[in-house]
Design a protein around this ligand. Structure first.
Ligand code: PEP
Length: 251
């Protein structure tokens, strides 16, 4: 049984004061969250320690990125052991913004997945096609290639600590969402491919999140789909009422 996972990716938004206020105001709504939903906040790395210190049992923490090295002379980087020491459970890996703006390659992302796993952090591995690729019916092959490059070197046991987020690039931050049918079709495809490579048990246990303009208005129809196990939420996670409504839809 896969429990629903909702992750709020705050990206590079909010001052510390605003970030703490968001957590405090979400806490006021937390008694209404479905008990089966797992809620994870991914604030800017700078705020992870402050938010961890609030010790709120209704949510876990994710980082938005990490180094593929564990330690060393890598100025400006944050490692998986550092994240682990701050009670971080998840780390987003391969978000399209990092693939595009920071030129993160498939090989680098595979190394980041490994860094997370060897340090007890669950990678949330992002994949998804560009609009042009969907229009040219290349979306399945694009996503399969990302999975092969980033994850297929793992063992089935390692895969059980991975979460996948399918995020069509054309839907991120655009207000344009994949329809529940389009999203579920891709999630089913991803699960089939994982099943062929890692076996049915590993594939059935793995959670596949949808991300791309998830909102209070569309969350219920997306989360009702058979192969959609949660959401990776960007913009809407910055607003208490919207994010609480999305979590509320995750029953
Ligand atoms: C994201 O950043 O992962 C995301 C899906 O953003 P948004 O919800 O704003 O489209």
């Amino acid at each position: 049984m896969r429990n629903t996972l909702v992750i709020g990716n705050w990206k590079m938004n909010k001052t510390l004061e605003e970030a703490v206020e968001l957590v405090v105001r979400l806490k006021e709504k937390a008694t209404d969250f479905p008990p089966s939903a797992e809620v994870v906040l991914a604030p800017p790395a700078l705020y992870l320690a402050s938010i961890a210190m609030l010790e709120e049992p209704w949510h876990k923490l994710a980082a938005q990125n990490c180094s593929h090295h564990d330690y060393g002379a890598f100025t400006g980087e944050i490692s998986a052991p550092m994240l682990k020491s701050m009670a971080v459970d998840y780390c987003i890996i391969g978000h399209s913004e990092r693939r595009t703006y920071f030129h993160e390659t498939d090989a680098l992302l595979a190394a980041k997945v490994d860094a997370c796993l060897r340090n007890g952090i669950q990678p949330v591995f992002c994949c998804g096609e560009q609009l042009k690729q969907r229009k040219e019916r290349e979306h399945f092959v694009t996503v399969l290639n990302q999975l092969q490059q980033g994850l297929f070197h793992l063992t089935p046991a390692q895969l059980s600590d991975v979460v996948i987020a399918y995020e069509p690039v054309w839907a991120i931050g655009t207000g344009q969402t994949a329809s529940p049918e389009e999203a579920n079709e891709m999630h089913t495809f991803i699960r089939q491919q994982l099943s062929s490579h890692f076996g049915e048990v590993a594939a059935n246990d793995l959670r596949i999140l949808y991300g791309g303009s998830v909102s209070a208005g569309n969350a219920a129809s997306l989360l009702a789909c058979s192969d959609i196990d949660g959401a990776l939420v960007g913009g809407a996670s910055l607003h208490v009422r919207d994010f609480a409504a999305i979590i509320g839809a995750a029953s």
